[in-house]
Design a binder for this molecule. Sequence first.
Ligand code: ADP
Length: 631
Amino acid sequence: MRADQLVQLVTQILFVLIFLAVGYKAVRMPRRVNVDIALLFGALASLVAVGWVTEALKATPGPLLLDVTSALAIALPYLLLRLVEDFSDPPVLLTRAAALGLAVSMVSFFILTRPYLPWVTLLYVAYFVSLTVYVAGAFVRAAGSSTGVTRRRMQSVAIGSLFLSATILLAGFQAAVPALQVIWQGLGNVCALATGLWYFVGFAPPGWLRRAWQEPEVRAYLGRAATLPQLPTTEAIVRALEVGVANALGTEHAVIGLWDEEFQVLRFTLDGTDYQMPPDQIIVGRVFRTQRPIFSADTVRDNPDQTAMYQQYASRAILAAPITAGESQLGVLAVYTAHAPVFADDDLVLVTLLADQAAVILETRALIDEGARVRAMEEATRLKDDFLSAAAHDLKTPLTTMVAQAQLLAHRAKRNPAAPADLEGIERIIQQANRLKELVLELLDVSRVEYGKLVGRHETVDLVTLVGDACARHTTDFYQCMLIAPEQLVGTYDRLRLMQLLDNLLENAVKYSPEGGEVRVTLEREANNAHLTVTDQGIGIPATDLPHLFDRFYRGINVDDRQFAGLGLGLYICSGIVEQHGGRLWATSPGPGEGSAFHAVLPLPTESLETPVNISDDGVQLAAGTLVQEE
Ligand code: ADP
């Protein structure tokens, strides 16, 4: 056998093999794309078969047979164009012209007698080549917007189509310049073989090649996925997974629907809109129920009830796979596309793979959450124990004093009933009883903070007056409280709780300034908030303590229990008061011994009720009634 004959034979066998592969698939899954591919290779295989039969019979093909083979060949670019239609919208004019060209060519084969006039042959070749080149271009464009296996397959089909048009062009040259027949034929055979090879790779790639093509996408996705369980919320993980899947598949929309066992719905977000759907109402619901991946080439046809939603998100086709880790059925991963993908089966394999990975990530996250929940419960139990022992300890001191004092009074009364009442002793008991009452109230407030029930009825309050009164209450010869504020700053608050907040901050300012000094309170409007600052010149706060001061029972490392009595609950309650008013409380300090500042921001009504302020000469705002204690 000569080399050119061998090339021809290999090419023919290739086309027949591809036909068998795609024909089998079209029978198994008779989707339009699969049928179109089978038709294309059916035409090619028929051409090969006609050649083999005539050669086996050693017959010269008659004019009718020649017309049939020509008709089959001229149908090839049109069948390729149908494939392009499956994944994009080629101009209507072009598809109509191509169909017309095909019909005219086919009829002309049977009407005209051979040999054709050169310009007629030229027209056939021009029709074939231009359409095939257009198809190749369309496949190149589609490859550009897809990834992985689909991209490589599209590219292969594009290259195969270019070789196909070259083959026909060379056949045309054979007719036009018969003197160089051997060259044209040799080149034509090589181009036909190249067409066969590229089409084989494009239309029926072997499994190992698909896996090799898929690997980079899966690898990139996994690379990103490894860090996802650490994201702060499950929602953030889901969004990141959706982006990762969309990138891996080269599509715009990838959506994860999470199963809500309580409400028996799938929850998902599309373009910022939240949906919760019972599974029987959506295509992806079927995936969840059956636990099998699904490809829907026409969403509206498969689920007309949700036409509006599918149209809104330009979702003509859906590829979806269940997100399931072992026994836990977590949800569904769906990829929506504006056109049914040509190589949907490869994409579906990839979607299934990514869904499995998503399941692992979401399950890991659930385990992390569970671990955190258990740790939080342990922490809560530990805090409760701490709370009980700290509370018992702090209640014990005034109680012991009260009991001892009462016993002393009783003893004295028994010994000398006529003696005048020991007013000092009684005073001490009252003092300790009050201390006890304060502690009990503080403990009660702690549980109110936890249940979010600390703040009650709101009323109109002028913060300037309230703060001014508090400042006055806490001013002594040893401590000067100075207020800098506008004339009025009115909002609606729980007056008593705000008084408690101010008293607490001012008491602390005084308590933690054993050397005395000025306590400065400033009140100013910042946009729609009132900003209150209580600054003292006391013991200051170490930087490491600043983030923890508002925790229950937390006391600074520079605070000696014997010198500064306290439970470490005041600031915890204060931050509850401020937060339950919709504000924020925080502390700043240059460091130990450098004084501290406590800042509370409270919301003000949007329309200012504030009256103009008096600006003193040096620019400081001094409100009417400002309390400035001179040294
Ligand atoms: P307590 O005063 O009973 O300890 P608080 O919750 O009011 O409880 O305060 C918590 C801790 O914050 C205090 O133990 C102290 O370390 C620190 N702190 C509060 N106010 C001041 C202040 N004005 N100056 C320095 N440290 C302060």
